[in-house]
Ligand binder design. Sequence first.
Ligand SMILES: [Zn+2]
Length: 335
Amino acid sequence: MASEGDRCRWRLAPDALETGPFVHVAACSALPQIISLPHAIATCRNWPGPGSERCAVRRHGGAAEPEAFVPVQDFTLDAYASILRAGLDAGYEFYPVFDWYDLDAPKGAGIMLRHDVDRRPGNALKMARLERDLGVRSSYYFRSLPCSFVPDIIKQIRDLGHEIGYHYEDWHLARYDPRKALALFEDHLARLRTLAPVRSIAMHGSPLSRENNMAIWDHHTFTDFGVIDAILSFDYTGYVFFTDSGRTFAPSGANLRDYLGNAGTVAGVGSSNDLGAWLRQHPGVRVQINVHPERWNDPGAAWLRQWATDQAANTVKRGLRLVRGTNRAAKPEAT
Ligand SMILES: [Zn+2]
């Protein structure tokens, strides 16, 4: 598979016809590939197989120039590092969620960096090491389920200096029974606290659940447990929120529940390159970035598997949105 740094270039087929969202290119070497067009990100598709010299590329928006295209894979650790570097270059400091809450100084610009570790905690450990190497600290929220809760990894991330938080979904696990949900929450929080101090929590989206996991707080009070909530404990007016839910940082129909109070979102900032560029151009903002480590893989089998998983999940989530009639009020858009 081609990756960043390869000499492979994408060329428009000699008889290229741009039809709707597709443009035909020659010299495809592998699939799927995310390629960077001058004004858009595109996904190569309809590739007949190895040896083929022709495929169609689906554009995700914007206008493309009919010229050479260099393939760039997004959602790799290198791409993630480029976002952090862009933030650092722009003078931003990164904060774990509780540190930001606990700041004595009036809050100016800064980036709250948060990770919901839904699956593949090994990816979280790689990300945590990369951040440490760049001098960045962040928050890692772990679920109570074995796909996320791996004590050895949690302890290693703690030892790298990052915040450990609880990614709760007890309302869903208890099937919306307030008493049972509280018992589960207490139990899971206590178990996580045997591994690290836990001062903040963040809800898991549970897309298949009919109710939001934050509904548990209609019946109980999280401050009773000595924690703040990454969403509920802040007034996010004036903040800008980026999440990679839906495999894009732009607002997406495939994002069902990953929102942040009154924080604004930015249409058009979809890729890591876009987000890096936005940070460089907007140095003085209060920002929260939520990155799911499972989504970020080095080029290869894991990257392909996650790419396919995300495509399927996005289709399901868009379907759920239609079925549930999820229709959020328009969010303020930041620039
Ligand atoms: Zn989650």
